[in-house]
Design a protein. Sequence first.
Length: 123
Amino acid sequence: MLFMVIERFRNRDAKAVYRRFRDQGRGAAAGLSYVGSWIEANFDRCFQIMECDDARLLQQWVAFWSDLVEFEIVPVVPSADTRAMIEPLLEAGREVSRADRSGQAGRDGARAASENGRSIERL
C-alpha cells in the first residue's frame, strides 16, 4: 500500500533532519520502502511517498523521526489504478443515468398532466 507522508520539520529545522539522515540513514525497517520525495522551496515541508503492507512498519519509522518531524499520513492509490477501477462503473453509470432520465421524464410528464387535470377540475 502507498502512503503520502507530509512531514513538517519541527522548528523549521530541515538541517537537523538532513543531519540525522546523513548520519543514521532513513530509519526504515525492512518492508517499508521509500518511493520518492519533494521538498517545499522554503523547507517547511517534505512530501514523501512510502510503501508497505504492514502499517506498523510505518509507525516504527514515524517513531524514529518524531522528535524532528510532525507527520500527516494519507493512504493513496495511483491515479492510473483508480481510473482502471472506475472505468467500468462509468459505463454502467451512463446506462443507469439514461434510464433514470427516461423514467424521470415519463414521471414528470405524468405529474404535469395530473396537475393540469386537477387544475382544470378546480375551474
